[in-house]
Design a protein around this ligand. Structure first.
Ligand code: FAD
Length: 467
């Protein structure tokens, strides 16, 4: 077999987009990642301009027995892609809205911001996540839990009507509920394991504005606020959503002055119902402790990303996540001990999202979302480079150990960290035995060589190579 690098001119001749090697500007651009601690360093990068480029790149990888890595929005790189061929979808980011059918056709690497902006002019909104910079398809392949619309409209993947996919053998499939039902099942929750998704069509929700924002309390009031929030949130009506974040904020001039460099307990809230009803529900929580900043207001859906205010720029960080089955007074004690004012925790962010509502209802067509019935999701990170790695990973381990008694056996796959991708064990755990085996069977049918393994990998059922 000719080496892939010697054969590169054949690939260059076949694709329209750039084919690049380490050291070039195209390579740097096509390998950008949101987490600077999970770089993409493939052997070859292909900047695909459409499904034909994608198919040619996948066939080239198959001929040379290279793994294929896919870059959408670059927010969830699980492995460095060493020795792989990377397909960057950044040049495939068009969004088309059909206002009559209330659908969006979203190309490979379009971000939620691209979709939200395109839909907003028609009074429509997608079931998007907390951060507008996340890749829409990367998100909904993992189910996609929307902090504003999830509890009222379910997982983002529940709204998918078709997926346009290049499979491991380079063939193209239009995947719908009736055509290729096994792929329709696996792609809605099973992440990037089954092919390169060039485009997706999804239903949109009629929504222009909603009531939402945050209540920032001093970090010193963590015990009172977390205790009050955990009791309050269990009775929240389905049209309302909330999460709580324990944050050590940077002294960033972009933040409101009262938050710069501060340790805060940040309650996030949104409601699709009447403002008055929301205000009434919020009253006891507002009384939990003195408020540093209250940003709750009517807002256009275009501003939904301001509620969580996730960092828009790339940062170096280490993260960890787990599902939680309940939050008791003892859970509050445990969290105060590891994250509270006396903890000296180096973690800058730990959040708990309350799930439930429509997120617990299965859609009409079977899917691979494993978290229906999961009440809470915990996610935490610490910012730092290689010198801080062991210290931050130890703090994350301490947090996960501290909440051990309340851990749920399911957790959102979208929140799996690069560390959690390495062994494969955690990927098995988030899906559970039965669902993982169903996914492994679909994988064996469509990607028996495990070509798509530079991800949170589901191994083909017949894979004995354990690569
Ligand atoms: C700041 C931030 C906020 C977030 N908020 C939420 C949230 O509110 N709810 C939630 O559910 N998740 C959330 N996530 C998690 C996010 O949904 C996942 O990280 C998602 O996989 C990111 O997709 P991406 O395309 O940006 O990343 P990438 O790193 O490009 O892709 C992630 C994985 O998906 C695969 N992939 C991406 N696009 C395609 C495609 N078109 N075809 C095939 N495979 C593909 C990649 O190969 C990779 O394995 C958040 C993440 C971050 C960093």
């Amino acid at each position: 077999m000719t080496s892939p690098l010697a054969d590169l001119p054949a690939l260059v001749a076949e694709v329209e987009g750039p084919v690049s090697l380490p050291g070039s500007d195209d390579y740097e651009n096509d390998c950008r990642t949101y987490n600077l601690m999970s770089p993409l360093q493939p052997l070859i990068a292909v900047g695909a301009t459409g499904p034909r480029d994608v198919a040619a790149a996948v066939r080239f990888a198959a001929i040379h027995d290279l793994p294929v890595a896919v870059r959408g929005g670059g927010h969830c790189v699980a492995r460095p892609a060493d020795e792989a061929l990377l397909i960057d979808l950044g040049r495939m980011s068009h969004v088309h809205i059909d206002p009559a059918r209330r659908t969006a056709r979203i190309e490979g690497a379009a971000t939620w911001d691209d979709v939200i902006r395109a839909a907003a002019g028609h009074g429509l909104a997608p079931v998007s996540g907390s951060s507008p910079t996340v890749g829409a398809i990367g998100y909904l392949l993992g189910g996609g839990q929307s902090p504003v619309l999830g509890r009222s409209h379910g997982y983002a993947s529940d709204h998918v009507t078709h997926l346009e996919v290049v499979l491991a053998d380079g063939t193209f499939r239009m995947v719908t509920r009736d055509r290729h039902p096994d792929l329709f099942f696996a792609l809605r929750g099973g992440k990037g394991n089954f092919g390169v998704v060039c485009a997706v069509e999804t239903n949109l929700v009629p929504l222009s504005s909603f009531y939402g924002g945050g209540l920032y309390f001093p970090g010193e009031a963590l015990r009172e606020v977390l205790g009050a929030w955990s009791r309050w949130v269990t009775d929240l009506p389905q049209e309302m959503s909330s999460s709580i974040a324990i944050q050590r904020l940077p002294a960033d001039p972009a933040l409101p002055p009262v938050l710069q460099g501060k340790f805060v307990t940040h309650v996030r809230f949104s409601s699709l119902g009447e403002t008055e009803a929301a205000e009434k529900i919020l009253a006891p929580l507002r009384a939990a402790a003195p408020i540093v900043l209250d940003t709750l207001q009517e807002m256009p859906y275009m501003l939904a990303g301001t509620i969580h205010a996730d960092p828009p720029q790339a940062i170096p960080y280490f993260d960890r996540s787990t599902g939680l089955s309940r939050i008791t007074a003892e859970t509050v004690d445990a969290l105060v001990a590891v994250l509270g004012p006396d903890s000296q925790s180096p973690l800058v962010h730990a959040e708990i999202r309350a799930l439930g509502g429509k997120l617990d209802q299965a859609p009409a067509a079977a899917d691979a979302v494993s978290t229906r019935g999961l009440p809470f999701q915990l996610f935490a990170f610490g910012v730092g480079g290689p010198e801080q790695a062991s210290m931050l990973q130890a703090a994350l381990d301490d947090l996960i150990v501290a909440v051990g008694p309340w851990r749920h056996d399911r957790s959102l796959p979208n929140f799996l960290s690069p560390d959690e991708a390495q062994t494969g064990q955690q990927v098995r755990e988030v899906y559970g035995h039965e669902l993982y085996h169903e996914l492994a069977a679909v994988k064996a049918r469509h990607d028996p060589a495990n070509r798509f393994r530079v991800n949170h990998n589901v191994r083909p059922a017949t894979d004995t190579l354990q690569r």
